[in-house]
Write a protein that binds this ligand. Structure first.
Ligand SMILES: NC(=O)c1ccc[n+]([C@@H]2O[C@H](COP(=O)([O-])OP(=O)(O)OC[C@H]3O[C@@H](n4cnc5c(N)ncnc54)[C@H](OP(=O)(O)O)[C@@H]3O)[C@@H](O)[C@H]2O)c1
Length: 273
């Protein structure tokens, strides 16, 4: 099994390591020359690849069986070049590559937008709340449009990512002791790194195609998450200003039922603090 992990950051590196343990031949990509040695430790090969480099993309996809697209934007103004441009380049390259059987993409539940806390599943229409959400939705669509009899496309819509090295206390360190807009009752959806690796591995071994939400089973409110994180880490509690509107545009309770019904068993069905 030849696999390429395009974008080998927090998620990509973890799955590259797992696939290498399975005995897969893993190619890992980065845009940063200084990361090559680090990635060589978790992959058969580590290469420099930018999401707009069609020639290198085509050369590197040739002979691969599975492509994992796991790029992440370094800045809020880099979504188009990171997600959409890279997706376009992958799709274009795949037109002249016949070996690839499956393309897996780690997207985001941000595409559901603000649903006032209502439950959403994969049949719910996307309703991005801002331009970056629109870019993520367009990225998914570009990739789904590339599916055919020979190529399965699997979109995983991830919740907020946490895990070793990206602990909740680190993520929320700056929020501690502050007053946040709203009452904290908006839903927030999270996923532990171990289940991201587990679900990507499952998607590959079961050749999943289509869209799957990848979030914990029970969404919590932002308030519950922050209270627990601050309490467990001896951080100053967060207070809420209910007279102003919440600035989180992702108020939806995301269901993971489809992935569970496909047979994936979550290591952490609920958030771990
Ligand atoms: N963070 C979250 O809470 C969250 C929530 C929902 C979904 N997600 C999704 O999870 C996925 C993985 O996130 P992550 O935390 O693993 O990201 P990450 O650690 O920031 O890693 C991102 C990777 O993408 C590469 N990259 C960035 N721009 C690129 C470009 N233009 N061309 C090629 N490669 C590029 C980076 O290259 P370098 O090695 O050069 O840095 C890096 O290897 C993302 O697809 C994101 O949409 C994240």
């Amino acid at each position: 099994m030849n696999v390429i992990v395009i974008g080998c950051g927090y998620v990509g590196k973890a799955i590259a390591r797992q696939w290498q343990h399975h005995g897969f031949t893993v190619t890992a990509t980065t845009t940063t020359p200084a990361r090559i040695a680090e990635l060589e430790a978790v992959a058969h090969r580590a290469i420099l690849l930018s999401g707009n480099d069609t020639a290198t993309m085509q050369a590197e996809l040739e002979g691969q069986h599975t492509v994992l697209l796991s790029v992440g934007a370094p800045r809020a103004d880099a979504y188009e070049e990171t997600y959409l441009q890279t997706a376009k380049t992958v799709v274009q390259a795949l037109q002249s590559v016949s070996s690839v059987r499956q393309l897996i993409y780690t997207g985001s539940y941000a595409v559901y937008g603000d649903r006032q806390g209502a439950w959403v599943d994969e049949t719910s229409p996307v309703a991005p709340a801002n331009r970056n959400g629109e870019i993520l939705a367009e990225t998914e669509q570009r990739l789904l449009d590339a599916a055919n009899d020979q190529l399965k496309v699997c979109i995983l819509r991830l919740g907020g990512i946490y895990g070793p090295g990206r602990e909740l206390a680190k993520i929320f360190a700056r929020a501690a002791g502050t007053t946040r807009p709203g009452d904290g009752s908006d839903a927030s959806n999270w996923i532990h790194l171990d289940d991201i690796v587990g679900a990507i591995d499952f998607a590959q071994s079961h050749q999943l195609h289509g869209i799957y939400n990848l979030v914990h089973s029970k969404p919590l409110t932002t308030r519950m998450v922050l209270e627990q994180v601050c309490r467990q880490n001896n951080l100053s509690p967060v207070t809420w200003d209910a007279t102003s509107q919440s600035n989180r545009p992702y108020n939806a309770r995301v269901s993971n039922q489809k992935l569970r019904e496909a047979g994936y068993s979550f290591k952490y069905p609920n958030m771990v603090f």
